[in-house]
Design a binder for this molecule. Structure first.
Ligand SMILES: Cc1cc2nc3c(=O)[nH]c(=O)nc-3n(C[C@H](O)[C@H](O)[C@H](O)COP(=O)(O)O)c2cc1C
Length: 284
């Protein structure tokens, strides 16, 4: 009797505050339970070449920032090697505003790499901004964090990963990424109008509050794009290369990194009134 070759999966994820990383772990555990060999890597540490060649299934996860796949994640995905012939599953987490067209946007990027998307999930997740004490960014999201993803959502998510893996095992490729589009056609339309290069320019710039700064270097160390520098105790930010991931806002413990979100707050408040949050969407 010939023994079946062990299937391989690669889980690549981007996560600032842990929600997407939690789902990445769930996905990996689900596949290991199925007897698959699984590798996991944060997107920023993903190698340029994956030893052992293409996985049978690529799982790509990101948060949703301003109803889009975050710009730094998009840029990093574009620098990954291609995955011709691999099956793929996309997963995203978002708070209580809405998920826009991000699942479809991520699926398009993954298919540009030569993988065939077999399903996806857009998972409503706890908001876990760590902004204190005089809330700024987090003020907007006072009703984030309702205990999601709950056990039922996690069970649905695991079932979706299993379904995608079973498709690989049986050679079924019946999924159309159009199913990942926003349930609101107008969102899909508007989304297509703004290229990634313009998205970051539309987002507010981070500023430096000199009198609060302890020059601890955390913002410089944690900047995902190397845009922050400390020169003679003065912190400078290159706004051309800054991707507005706002990671420095969390890592700064002395409130010396701030962002004026008043314009964005208005947009978000308006959006929450007119766009119904679609909740967790799982498509396989
Ligand atoms: C800069 C930024 C923008 C965000 N924009 C949205 C949004 O447009 N819609 C939404 O529902 N949640 C939004 N969120 C909430 C995140 O999508 C949510 O907390 C996500 O689960 C974070 O994933 P992570 O913990 O893996 O980083 C935003 C969060 C941040 C930090």
């Amino acid at each position: 009797m010939t023994q079946e070759k062990q299937r391989t999966a690669l889980v690549i994820y981007h996560s600032n505050t842990g929600n997407t990383a939690t789902l990445a772990k769930e996905a990996a555990a689900t596949l290991e339970d199925m007897g698959w060999a699984v590798n996991q890597t944060p997107l920023e540490k993903a190698p340029k070449i994956f030893p052992g060649g293409n996985p049978d299934l690529l799982l790509m996860g990101t948060p949703i920032h301003f109803w889009q796949v975050p710009v730094p994640a998009m840029e990093m995905i574009r620098k990954l090697p291609n995955f011709p012939g691999a099956g793929a599953f996309v997963f995203l987490t978002y708070g209580t505003v809405f998920d826009g067209n991000a699942p479809h946007q991520l699926a398009v990027e993954v298919e540009k790499k030569g993988a065939k998307v077999l399903g996806g999930a857009s998972v409503l997740s706890p908001h876990n901004f760590k902004m204190t004490p005089d809330q700024r960014l987090g003020d907007l999201y006072e009703d984030f964090g309702k205990g999601q993803p709950d056990q039922q959502v996690l069970a649905d998510f695991r079932a979706a990963v299993r379904a995608a893996a079973s498709k690989v095992e049986s050679g079924v490729q019946d999924f159309n990424i159009k199913d990942l589009r926003s349930p609101k056609p107008v969102i899909t339309f508007l989304d297509g109008l703004m290229p990634v290069s313009m998205q970051k320019k539309a987002l507010p710039k981070v500023t430096w509050v000199e009198e609060s700064c302890k020059d601890c270097g955390m913002c410089v160390e944690n900047c995902t794009t190397g845009s922050i520098r400390s020169v003679n105790g003065k912190i400078t930010t290159n706004h051309d290369t800054c991707y507005r991931c706002y990671q420095c806002l969390w890592t700064c413990k002395s409130q010396a990194r701030t962002v004026n979100l008043s314009a964005m707050a208005g947009v978000l408040r308006g959006l929450k009134k007119v766009v119904k949050n679609p909740g967790t969407r799982i498509m396989v």
